[in-house]
Design a protein around this ligand. Structure first.
Ligand SMILES: *Cc1c(COP(=O)(O)O)cnc(C)c1O
Length: 434
């Protein structure tokens, strides 16, 4: 992309931007929550829509001058509803963490109970990790995998926990779980105890949009939160989607499915946020249009194919994978078990050869999170730059070499850069305009 004013107004900032562009262009991005937004998304993000205040929802704003903010937000909402098959969408949450807090605060009273996946078994920090505000406000009960070798969730145990603790929300979703969930079973357990069935699809929204993974709304879920910047490939942002048509007599006092859309909208504003970021909402609208195309469906299918080959090749080359494979876009290597190296050490050694991924706890990890016994990696960003199965085999070989301390790091770094330069990132380089 070309920049005209920025290099002249602020050369210091332009240099930093150029540095990041080179880093993204010349390195392999394996962090499974990251991706490359298209040039169209970046253009929509960098507009004068950032100038406008628009507290409220389309047609019900606090300030005047809302002709075009109403148009763009309505468009984003309609596209989100069509893409994910639901009745209501709020596209204003500033991030995935905010979106989860929106749902909790819309449906729960302080002290109410939520049943959610344990952090070290793949759940997310925002699902009530002790360090979060949500954990101070609500009571989180944890479920885990029954069998770490396969990743199977113990649904009987989940049901027993639900019957014992009577949660108001049962939360399905993860940021480090490589398997598919049985949403129908989740929804039936929620129905049995009168809980809201909530899915946090931050990582896999693009794969649901591309129809290569199950959509929780097809299996009786009421609410879904998602970020927009991970596999969905939009700007940093989030959405709360809800479905009121499912006939489940929820038992949260004073709260019904009919008024759930209003509860969610009010939890966003004035409950938790001020003015929405309209430039970001404009970029979300563009990303949602891209995600509804046949090319995006092909892209999401390729993410899964690439992940399968990456996982298989890593295992052939001596990497122990948590759950022994993957059904989605991500996987976890037990680096202590495979190479006697902490996740932190692996992350640093790989970064030195131009491969970025992140250290990650493995189930019931004995090491603290800043060291961790594993790393997490995935294929959405690699697939966005057009890399295919044979490239995954090469990448797995580099990772195994680095793990075993074999090969010349400088040579690997050069090979990584050559591969990257042959497959440019979608928005192209950052360049000075005229
Ligand atoms: C990434 C993620 C979030 C948080 O999103 P932010 O935009 O970083 O706040 C929440 N839930 C899950 C499952 C995630 O993977």
């Amino acid at each position: 992309m070309k920049y005209d004013a920025l290099p002249a107004t602020d050369p210091e900032v332009f240099d930093i931007l150029s540095g990041e562009a080179t880093r993204e262009s010349e390195g392999l991005e394996l962090i499974p929550s990251e991706n490359y937004a298209s040039q169209a998304v970046l253009e929509a993000l960098g507009t004068l829509m950032t100038n406008k205040y628009s507290e409220g929802t389309p047609g019900r704003r606090y300030y005047g001058g809302q002709t075009y903010t109403d148009q763009i937000e309505s468009l984003a909402i309609e596209r989100a509803k069509a893409l994910f098959g639901c009745d209501h969408a709020n596209v204003q949450p500033l991030s995935g963490a905010a979106a989860n807090l929106v749902v909790f605060s819309s449906w729960l009273e302080i002290g109410d109970t939520v049943l959610a996946m344990d952090l070290s078994h793949g759940g997310h920090l925002t699902h009530g990790a002790p360090v979060t505000f949500a954990a101070k406000a609500y009571n989180f009960i944890r479920y885990k995998m029954k069998d770490v070798a396969t990743g199977a969730i113990d649904y009987d145990d989940l049901e027993a926990l639900a019957l014992e603790h009577r949660p108001k929300i049962i939360l399905a979703g993860f940021s480090a779980y490589p398997r598919e969930l049985d949403y129908g079973r989740f929804a039936r357990i929620a129905e049995k105890v009168g809980a809201m069935a909530m899915a946090d699809m931050a990582h896999i929204a693009g794969l649901i949009a591309g129809k290569v993974l199950a959509n929780p709304f097809d299996h009786g879920f009421h609410v879904m939160t998602t970020t927009t910047h991970k596999s969905l490939r939009g700007p940093r942002g989030a959405m709360v989607l809800s479905q009121g048509k499912v006939g489940n007599p929820l038992r949260a006092p004073g709260k019904t499915l009919e008024n759930l859309p209003t509860l969610i909208d009010r939890a966003v504003f004035p409950g938790l946020q001020g003015g929405p970021h309209m430039n970001k909402i404009m970029a979300i609208a563009v990303a949602l249009r891209e995600a509804a195309t046949p090319q995006f469906a092909d892209y999401s299918r390729q993410i899964l194919r690439n992940a399968k080959v990456l996982a298989e090749t890593l295992m052939e080359r001596g990497c122990q994978l948590i759950t022994n494979g993957t059904d989605n876009h991500l996987m976890l290597i037990d680096t202590m078990g495979s190479f006697g190296k902490t996740g932190k050490e692996m992350q640093e050694r790989l970064e030195a050869v131009g491969i970025t991924l992140n250290k990650n706890a493995i189930p019931d990890d004995p090491l603290p999170p800043f060291k961790a016994s594993g790393v997490r990696l995935g294929t959405p960003a690699l697939t966005s730059r057009g890399l295919l199965e044979p490239h995954m085999e090469r990448i797995a070989a580099w990772i195994a070499q680095v793990g075993k301390g074999e090969g010349d790091p400088d040579a690997i770094r050069r090979e990584v850069r050559d591969l990257c330069l042959a497959h440019p990132i979608p928005s192209g380089p950052v360049e000075r305009g005229n």
